[in-house]
Design a protein around this ligand. Structure first.
Ligand SMILES: [Zn+2]
Length: 84
């Protein structure tokens, strides 16, 4: 579930809220539901980190696929040699 930064438009306080599906977020200080969602630098950092991690995963997946192809090729050569 996503955590967003909000600023209350009533008491002007900033806070992070875990957003529940179908539930309107309200200010934990004054209970107002007049909130403005902020895009915090912390969220940007974690997005960058997530992107770097998914890139690393993509790289390791590509490496695994390459290995499998090499293995399949070796298997093909082995079978080919056995046939003759
Ligand atoms: Zn408030």
């Amino acid at each position: 579930m996503p955590i967003y930064d909000y600023q209350c438009q009533k008491c002007s306080r900033r806070f992070e809220l875990l957003v529940m599906p179908r539930q309107k977020p309200s200010c934990p200080h004054c209970g107002s539901t007049g909130l403005a969602r902020l895009f915090s630098p912390a969220a940007a950092v974690s997005t960058t980190r997530t992107r770097a991690r998914s890139m690393a995963v993509a790289r390791s997946k590509a490496g695994a696929t390459k290995k499998e192809q090499d293995h399949a090729h070796a298997e093909y050569l082995r079978k080919h040699n056995e046939d003759h």
